[in-house]
Design a protein around this ligand. Structure first.
Ligand code: SAH
Length: 251
């Protein structure tokens, strides 16, 4: 099994593959003022096993295309959608978020939690814009500096992992520059990282290592996740996930 397959195996049993919560997804809808009865065409990009897609399906009158690079996650998502009685509202699409097949101006909402970093925030918002109808809504969560200065080791870590990490002011600027009008922002509470994401992941480590006979590669993945968790526990005052809510402006 290569590293990708191992990572998928660690994460596919999770209810989510990044920080967030059902309440945070619902809060973003409220802040954005989304009409819960209007028929909406939505794409959830980098949907994983469906953390946000399932909530959107339950709360909205929407047709949701749930997009992820990995079929293994989409299979779990489809099972969960059937269990929760929202299968008819969700279709899955295995494809990269930088090669989307949507028609221009065809979507009311683009949603992406903990995933846009895969192609970079600025690149993502720039490229996804054309798929939105005029006035269409973008909701994306993105790793964000919460303070103006920070410890050197933390800075170093993120410069290596994701050099595009920045403060909310910079991300807002990028949205404005690429044809959006920011209309809401909030920071995910620490419970979205710890209780909703890291704690359940840590609880899966033992079974994961057993399944892979504690191979070197499996141990390396667990160590890397542990390191990330420690880093967050130590430095949570300095970074978090910002949820950016913006509307596509008229040309
Ligand atoms: N939105 C989910 C998953 C976040 S993890 C949640 O909040 O739980 C990031 C997701 O992006 C993973 O499911 C990963 O498979 C997916 N991903 C990574 N690169 C991608 C790409 N290029 N295109 C589409 N999805 C991608």
């Amino acid at each position: 099994m290569d590293d990708f397959e191992l990572l998928i195996d660690l994460h596919r049993n999770g209810l989510r593959q990044g920080p967030g919560s059902d309440a945070a997804t619902a809060l973003a809808l409220t802040i954005a003022g989304v009409d819960r009865t209007a028929p909406l065409a939505i794409a959830d990009l980098g949907c994983g096993t469906g953390a946000s897609a399932l909530v959107l399906a339950e709360l909205l009158n929407a047709q949701i295309t749930a997009v992820d690079l990995f079929d293994a996650f989409l299979t779990v998502l489809a099972e969960r959608a059937a269990e929760r009685g929202v299968a008819e509202k969700i279709s899955t699409l295995a494809c990269s978020m930088d090669e989307l097949p949507f028609a221009e101006a065809s979507l009311d909402v683009i949603w992406s939690e903990g995933a846009i970093y895969n192609i970079g925030f600025e690149n993502g918002v720039k490229n996804w814009r054309r798929f939105l109808k005029p006035g269409g809504l973008l909701v994306a969560s993105e790793i964000t500096w919460l303070t103006a200065t920070r410890p050197a080791d933390l800075q170093q870590h993120w410069e290596q992992e994701y050099p595009q990490i920045g403060p909310a002011s910079a991300k807002m600027g990028q949205l404005e520059q690429h044809g959006y009008s920011p209309c809401g922002y909030f920071v995910l509470p620490t419970s979205c990282w710890l209780e909703d994401y890291y704690d359940p992941m840590q609880a899966r480590f033992e079974g994961f290592l057993q399944r892979h006979s504690s191979s070197e590669a499996a141990q390396a993945i667990v160590s890397a996740e542990q390191h990330e968790i420690e880093l967050y526990r130590t430095h949570q005052a300095h970074y978090g996930y910002g949820v950016y809510i913006a509307r596509k402006t008229a040309e």
